[in-house]
Design a protein around this ligand. Structure first.
Ligand code: NAD
Length: 568
């Protein structure tokens, strides 16, 4: 058994245990490897189970870094880091926080996409909870088995729409694990209090179904009422066993993502990063761009290319920001255009999904436009006729922002905002280098994947990755700290306002729109405090926290990757 020893402020300062030495070494949350002191080795029965040298954490970090650099490629680095995480969690997170720029792209996007695809082939050991449809009658008992520790945060996926790479079935587990690592690295969520869950509901990926090594349920995805009932059973079981948990939905298919969030948002403290996280970051970028260019909301027209889960989620929040910025909803909507496979979404199109409908333009509004085929108005035609000033891509269509479109953006606005957000890099709608060149360095860019800095006319432009890592960790921490009963629109607005205030654009155009990723911990702390305060102000704190307590509560919930004494 392991017991946390806390100080008067409630911080954990030591671990007390009666476990035998080998089991302590096998527990990744307690293991320190060669950094166990001689006194700990003597009292815990570790002598002879470790090399004789007692190391500091810093010398361990140096060795890890050397091993990390020696790996041949990123997927090997991903496997290596996951192994370290599963062996010595504290060392992994200390290493990650010191090398955040190099580690995030390995444990999260873009490398995690490769790990997801190779999940069954690279499988070493189980991690997290697997809830399969065929074993649904055992679900409650399985989750009950994880109630022996406090769980603050669950990430759940069904692996249907992983990043931009589609249906990877049970491989989605790696996304949940990677995302939890980001929560911990960027906000200091306690790794002992998180749980990744894979809902194994089958896969429609034929390559996986044909693969004899595939580890998930080898059948087509369940759908319709069967699927809805399975989700309802899952939510009921989570509410029963983890009543105050923050439930993060990850990489569900477009229709499921939206319907699940809409159904459960009022009753649970719940969040969908694809729909809400991306929107918060994109909105923060838009707010920062409008403020830094000293323009008004009414000066802008926004075009979204790819009106799926992320695209429409982003538009919903930008709409909210335009209204908060002083426009009526009607006026704001008159400046928004969404484009999907059938071209500009227009109100006379049949079978428009409900989440697209409010953005559909009236046919009469576009009938005078100069277009080739009015039944399929292209992106280029929308940007030109609609005089777009802000262009966002969530389509997974590589190169969709052609040079002609980017030039047109530059003609429409002095500082056009262009955000090719599709992941991974191979699906990006544009290369930042092209945007810089075609806008003569004036384009304000956020990309979905990491891109190298661009040198242009003697200046180096840092390219911001519209990285949700700036938002979901802090939002989660704020909600967890005050035990929020739901994630309200106000909390989301507080998060994007706070992130926008950190934009280096405020120091001058030409700077990146987002702060450097190694500032994520600082940004997350501020986002958490703003979100927690907003929850308190709206009466959404289950522990009835007071506004003046929020900073303390946030700090109390922040775990630091430092070794603490382990005692008998
Ligand atoms: P999705 O499948 O729900 O949406 C994609 C949309 O693009 C669909 O509506 C699809 O019909 C449309 N589309 C496809 N081809 C098109 C074409 N030729 N022309 C016009 N529209 C087309 O997927 P999603 O979850 O919304 O993700 C979309 C992309 O955004 C992915 O690459 C994802 O990785 C990326 N994304 C980025 C971030 C980020 O930057 N932080 C966050 C979430 C999602």
């Amino acid at each position: 058994m392991y017991t946390e020893v806390k100080n008067d402020a409630g911080k954990v300062i030591a671990i007390q245990t009666d476990e035998p030495g080998q089991q302590i070494l096998d527990n990744p949350l307690v293991n320190k490897g060669t950094a166990f002191s001689q006194e700990e080795r003597d009292t815990l029965g570790l002598n002879g189970r470790l090399p004789v040298q007692v190391e500091t954490m810093q010398s361990q970090v140096r060795r890890v870094y050397r091993q990390f650099k020696e790996k041949g490629n990123d997927i090997e680095r991903n496997v290596f880091l996951n192994l370290l995480h599963d062996t010595n969690t504290t060392l992994f997170f200390q290493f990650a926080s010191q090398h955040i720029d190099e580690v995030l792209p390995i444990v999260y996007t873009p490398t995690v996409g490769d790990a997801v695809e190779k999940y069954s082939a690279e499988f070493r050991r189980p991690a997290g909870v697997y809830l399969s449809y065929q074993e649904r009658e055992h679900m409650d008992g399985i989750l009950a088995g994880f109630t022996n520790r406090q769980i603050d945060l669950i990430i759940v996926t069904d692996g249907e729409a992983v990043l931009g790479i589609g249906d990877w079935g049970i491989g989605g587990m790696d996304i949940s694990i990677g995302k939890l690592m980001v929560y911990i690295i960027c906000a200091g969520i306690n790794p002992a209090r998180v749980l990744p869950i894979q809902l194994d509901v089958g896969t429609n990926n034929q390559a996986l179904l044909d693969d004899p090594m595939y580890l998930g349920s080898p059948h087509k995805r369940i759908a319709g009422e069967e699927y809805d009932a399975f989700i309802a059973q899952f939510v009921a079981s989570v509410e029963k066993h983890f009543p105050n948990v923050y439930l993060h939905w990850e990489d569900f298919g477009r229709d499921h993502a939206r319907s699940i969030l809409e159904k459960y948002r009022p009753q649970l403290c719940t969040f969908n990063d694809d729909m809400q996280g991306t929107g918060i970051v994109a909105t923060a970028n838009v707010i920062a761009s409008i403020e830094a260019t000293k323009t008004a909301y009414g000066d802008h027209r926004v075009v979204m290319f790819g009106a799926g889960t992320a695209g429409c989620g982003i538009m919903d929040q930008i709409l909210d920001a335009f209204v908060a910025g002083g426009l009526s909803k009607e006026d704001a909507l008159s400046r928004f255009y969404i484009i999907d496979r059938q071209g500009l979404v227009v109100d006379d199109m049949e079978n428009l999904p409900d989440f697209q409908q409010c953005y559909a333009r009236k046919r009469s509004e576009v009938s005078a436009w100069d277009v080739k085929d009015s039944s399929n108005i292209t992106l280029e035609e929308v940007v030109r006729n609609g005089k777009a000033t802000i262009l966002i891509g969530c389509s997974t269509v590589k190169g969709a922002f052609t040079p002609a479109i980017i030039r047109q953006m530059a003609a429409n606005a002095e500082y056009p905002v262009i955000m090719p957000l599709s992941n991974p890099t191979s699906r990006s709608e544009a290369e930042p280098k092209d945007i810089i060149e075609l806008t003569d360095g004036k384009g304000i860019i956020a990309a979905g994947s990491p891109f190298a800095p661009v040198d242009y006319k003697g200046k180096t432009y840092q390219i911001s990755q519209g990285n949700n890592a700036f938002i979901f960790p802090g939002l989660g921490l704020g909600a967890i700290a005050v035990k929020a009963t739901c994630v309200s629109d106000g909390m989301i607005r507080a998060a994007s306002r706070t992130l926008s205030s950190f934009s280096p654009l405020h120091k001058g155009i030409g700077n990146p729109v987002l702060p450097p990723i190694h500032d994520a911990l600082k940004v997350s702390g501020s986002v958490a405090v703003a979100v927690g305060k907003q929850a308190v102000a709206e009466g959404l704190s289950a522990i009835k926290a007071k506004e003046e307590d929020v900073e303390k509560l946030v700090a109390l919930n922040q775990w630091e990757p430092l070794y603490i004494p382990v005692k008998r």
